[in-house]
Design a protein around this ligand. Structure first.
Ligand code: TRP
Length: 455
C-alpha cells in the first residue's frame, strides 16, 4: 500500500509511461543531437551508449530502489534510510537541481510552442534554406517579450498539471501521446534518411572517429546519458515512490531506459541525414534542431500536417518532463514541509519562472547574459552545463556511494525485488554501483577540476 494520500500509479504500465514521459523530452530531441554535433558525432554517440548501459541503467535501479523502499521525496527518503546523517543533503541538492534544470528547460520548451503555433497557422515550411530558418530562429529566441511569454505559458501548463497530482494529471497525458510520438518520429526518420546525401549523416552518427575524444566529450556524454534518463537528482526516487508494491520494478526501469535511448537515436536519425543533405555544420549548438526541422517538413508530403503533429508531441514530451522536474520539488515541500500540493505547485512554479527570466533573455536580448561573465557562453547554456552535466554527475556519483556503501546492496536489492520478481543481474549490478560508477564518474570530475576544462 502506498502511504495514504501520496498517490500511486495505476499499474506497471502507468509507471512505465509516466517515467518514460519524464525521461523522453527535449533531452532526446533537442539536447542529444546538438550535443552529438558539438562533440564530433560517432565517438560521442558510442561513449553515450556505453554510459547508458554501464552507469545509466544501474543508477536508474539505484534510484528506484530508494524510492520504492522509502515512499518519499529524495530528501525524506535519504533521511529515512540514513537517519541522523548528512545524506539528506544529497536529496536537497537533487531538489535544487530539479529547480535549476526546470528554469532553463522551460525556456527551450517555450520555443517549441512558437514552432507549434507556426505549424498550426500553416507556416511550418515557409522558409527552408538553412540561412532563413536560422534567421527565423534567432529572431525568435533573441527577442525579449516573446521568449518570456512562451516560458510563462509553459510554466503555467506545468503548474496546472502538477497541481492535479500524480496519477490524475501525469498518467493521463502520456498514455496515448507517447506511442503517437514514436510513430511520427519513425516516419520522419525514414524521410530524412532517404534524402539526397542523407547517408553521410548516418555515417557521422555511427562511424566513431576516436581522434575526436577528449575529457570534455566524455563528460558531455555522461551528462547527456544522465540528463536523458532523468537521473542524478532524485526524479526516479520520486517516481519509484509511487510504484505499486506488487509489480516488477527493475524490469519497468530497464524498459524505460531502452525507450529513452531508442528515441534519442531516432532523433539523431532525423537530424543528421537532413543536416548533411542541406549542408549545415553539425556544430551548430542549441539551435541545431530548430534550424534543421523545417527543411524536413518541406520535403514531406503533407509536411505541414506532420509539423503540427511533431511540434505538438514535442511540446507534450517536454511537458511530461517539466512535470517530473516540478514534481520533485513539490513532493519535497508536500512531504517535508507539509505544504498544500496546490499551493506548492503554484509558488514553486512562480519562483522557477523568476529563475528562468535570465535564461530566456540570454539569447541576444541582454548582452551581459548572452556572453555571461566572460565565459563565452550564454546564461542558458551555463545553467544547462552546471545543472545538467555537473550536478547530475555529482548526484549520480553520490547516489551510487549511498546505495552501494551506506545503505548496502542487500537492502537495495530487497527493495527492488520486494514484489517477488528477481533481478537476474543483481551481482553485476552490485559491482557497477559499488565500484564502476563511483570510480568512473569520480575520475571524470577530478580530471576536469585538475585540468580546469570546465566548459
Ligand atoms: N530527461 C528529460 C529529457 O530528456 C529531462 C528531465 C526530466 C530530467 N526530469 C529530469 C533531467 C530529471 C534530469 C533529471 O528531456
Amino acid at each position: 500500500m502506498a502511504t495514504a494520500g501520496r498517490g500511486e500509479w495505476s499499474g506497471k504500465l502507468g509507471f512505465i509511461l509516466a517515467a518514460a514521459g519524464s525521461a523522453i523530452g527535449l533531452g532526446n530531441i533537442w539536447r542529444f543531437p546538438y550535443t552529438a554535433g558539438e562533440n564530433g558525432g560517432g565517438a560521442f554517440v558510442l561513449v553515450y551508449l556505453f554510459f547508458v548501459l554501464v552507469i545509466g541503467i544501474p543508477v536508474v535501479l539505484a534510484e528506484l530502489s530508494i524510492g520504492r523502499f522509502a515512499k518519499l521525496n529524495p530528501v525524506g527518503a535519504l533521511k529515512k534510510i540514513a537517519p541522523g546523517t548528512k545524506w539528506s543533503w544529497l536529496g536537497g541538492l537533487g531538489v535544487l537541481t530539479g529547480f535549476g534544470i526546470l528554469a532553463f528547460y522551460s525556456v527551450v520548451a517555450g520555443w517549441t510552442l512558437s514552432y507549434l503555433w507556426g505549424a498550426l497557422t500553416g507556416h511550418a515550411s515557409d522558409v527552408t534554406s538553412a540561412e532563413e530558418t536560422a534567421a527565423v530562429f534567432n529572431h525568435l529566441i533573441g527577442g525579449s517579450i516573446m521568449p518570456l511569454v512562451l516560458t510563462a505559458i509553459f510554466m503555467a501548463l506545468t503548474i496546472f498539471i502538477v497541481r492535479g497530482g500524480v496519477s490524475g494529471g501525469i498518467e493521463r497525458a502520456t498514455k496515448i501521446l507517447m506511442p503517437t510520438l514514436l510513430v511520427v518520429l519513425i516516419i520522419m526518420a525514414i524521410r530524412s534518411m532517404t534524402l539526397d546525401g542523407g547517408s553521410e549523416g548516418i555515417a557521422y552518427l555511427f562511424k566513431p572517429d576516436f581522434s575526436k575524444l577528449s575529457v570534455g566529450v566524455i563528460l558531455a556524454a555522461l551528462g547527456q546519458a544522465l540528463f536523458s534518463l532523468s537521473l542524478g537528482m532524485g526524479a526516479m526516487i520520486t517516481y519509484g515512490s509511487y510504484f505499486p508494491d506488487r509489480e516488477n520494478l527493475p524490469q519497468a526501469g530497464i524498459i524505460v531506459a531502452f525507450f529513452d535511448t531508442a528515441i534519442a537515436f531516432l532523433a539523431g536519425l532525423i537530424i543528421f541525414p537532413a543536416l548533411f543533405s542541406v549542408g549545415v555544420d553539425p556544430n551548430g549548438g542549441p539551435g541545431l534542431v530548430f534550424v534543421i526541422l523545417p527543411s524536413i517538413f518541406a520535403q514531406l508530403p503533407a509536411g505541414n500536417l506532420f509539423a503540427v503533429a511533431f511540434y505538438f508531441l514535442l511540446a507534450i514530451a517536454a511537458l511530461t518532463s517539466t512535470i517530473s522536474l516540478l514534481e520533485v520539488v513539490v513532493s519535497y515541500f508536500v512531504d517535508e514541509k507539509q505544504w498544500d500540493r496546490k499551493k506548492a505547485a503554484l509558488w514553486i512554479g512562480l519562483a522557477c519562472f523568476g529563475m528562468a527570466v535570465p535564461s530566456a533573455l540570454s539569447q541576444g536580448a541582454v548582452g551581459g547574459l548572452t556572453d555571461f561573465l566572460g565565459t563565452g557562453i550564454s546564461f542558458l547554456d551555463l545553467q544547462n552545463i552546471i545543472w545538467g552535466n555537473y550536478s547530475l554527475s555529482f548526484g549520480a556519483l553520490m547516489l551510487c556511494i549511498f546505495v552501494g556503501w551506506k545503505w548496502g546492496i542487500p537492502a537495495a536489492l530487497g527493495s527492488l525485488e520486494s514484489s517477488g520478481h528477481r533481478l537476474a543481474v543483481g551481482g553485476f549490478w552490485s559491482i557497477l554501483v559499488r565500484y564502476v560508477c563511483p570510480v568512473a564518474v569520480g575520475a571524470i570530475l577530478v580530471y576536469i577540476i585538475i585540468t580546469q576544462q570546465y566548459f
